[in-house]
Ligand binder design. Structure first.
Ligand code: ADP
Ligand code: MG
Length: 329
């Protein structure tokens, strides 16, 4: 059974518009019309997920949809923008109701939780590929950027790193959890890979005090490296201070023979979707008062000397993984 293009759009992707009146016209015309909030700029991001590149074939459709939206929300979070509207370009090999139902379920679970409206899109036939574009609002000239980090800033990350990369290793059979791990560790790690939580609240809460920010999609070294080069500074990072989840720590302890693997997941594993922020020293005192919705840990310091130096808590240099972050070409 399959559904026609117009039935598909109507049945699975058309939902009531928010009452705020910001969206004047949603799905159903040649373009959507929105009224941006007064005094705000639009922050716009887009990301594509391709089957076989960003997710394996037969990934649950709800997870694909959730992640396609979440990775975009993470970009807006890193700018300190509040996501408002999104569009969806969907290329499908077939239009199967059960697949579409599950896909829409994952998509709107996140969209509705964040108060986001789907205002348009495009539907085509071909190899499975999902593109989401998100627009959000940020006060004029108030966005966090990659540039702006200054010597003396503390480098902070939200949440925990390495979980998604560890989960990918489990899926691909490259890593195994120790038998001493708790039963729920696998599901905790898998949800970090499949349903990353965009740190929107943290971006909002720290927008006015951060000197620079980025979201971690390609690994800490690569993404922090973008901040450093955009800002013309260097940094010193303590790899033992990088926050780990309980599940990751249990695996890491059992993994003593391969310290290098744990370090490479923490430093260069992708798909964390946590924020990395550079905060001036005086911001440290404000952190406790801000409701970021997620823990923040200091992992290092911005320095005037260019380059990224990574060491252990006892001062020994940390052996860095080869190859930097993920790049497509
Ligand atoms: P056009 O040919 O003018 O581009 P379409 O027939 O592609 O229009 O789309 C009709 C309407 O449905 C438009 O408002 C478009 O934004 C919306 N739309 C199409 N595909 C999707 C989708 N996958 N999700 C949400 N809206 C969609
Ligand atoms: Mg079209």
């Amino acid at each position: 059974m399959s559904v026609s293009e117009f039935t598909l759009i109507e049945r699975y992707f058309t939902r009531p518009l928010p009452a705020s009146g910001e969206v004047v016209l949603g799905i159903g015309d040649d373009a959507a019309l929105v009224n941006p909030p007064a005094g705000q700029q639009l922050a716009i991001a887009i990301d594509t997920l391709v089957e076989g590149v960003h997710f394996p074939a037969h990934t649950a459709p709800g997870d694909i949809a959730y992640k396609a939206l979440a990775v975009n929300l993470s970009d807006l979070a890193a700018m300190g923008a509040l996501p408002r509207w999104f569009t969806l370009a969907l290329t499908l090999p077939a239009s199967e109701p059960a697949w579409l139902e599950a896909f829409a379920g994952g998509l709107f679970a996140l969209a509705e939780a964040e108060g986001l409206a789907l205002i348009g899109g495009d539907t085509t036939r071909g190899p499975l590929c999902v593109t989401v574009q998100v627009a959000g609002a940020v006060p004029v000239a108030g966005a966090m950027r990659r540039r702006g980090a200054q010597a003396g800033d503390g480098i902070y990350v939200s949440g925990t790193l390495g979980d998604a990369a560890l989960a990918l290793g489990l899926v691909q059979g490259r890593t195994r959890l120790p038998t001493t791990s708790l039963a729920q560790d696998t599901s905790v790690l898998m949800s970090r890979l499949q349903r990353p939580v965009p740190r929107i609240q943290a971006g909002q809460a720290l927008r006015d005090i951060a000197h620079a920010a980025i979201d971690l999609s390609d690994g800490l070294l690569a993404d922090l490296g973008h901040i450093l080069s955009a800002s013309g500074v260097g940094a010193d990072v303590d790899c033992d201070a990088i926050p780990r989840s309980a599940a990751f720590s249990r695996w890491e302890r059992a993994q003593a023979a391969s310290v290098g693997l744990a370090q490479s997941l923490l430093l260069a594993g992708g798909d964390d979707y946590e924020l990395c922020l550079c905060l001036p020293p005086e911001a440290e005192a404000l952190l406790a008062e801000r409701d970021t919705g997620v823990s923040l840990h200091r992992i290092g310091t911005v320095e005037a000397v260019p380059g990224l130096r990574v060491h252990h808590a006892d001062g020994r240099a940390c052996v860095l993984p080869e190859g930097g972050g993920y790049t497509h070409f």
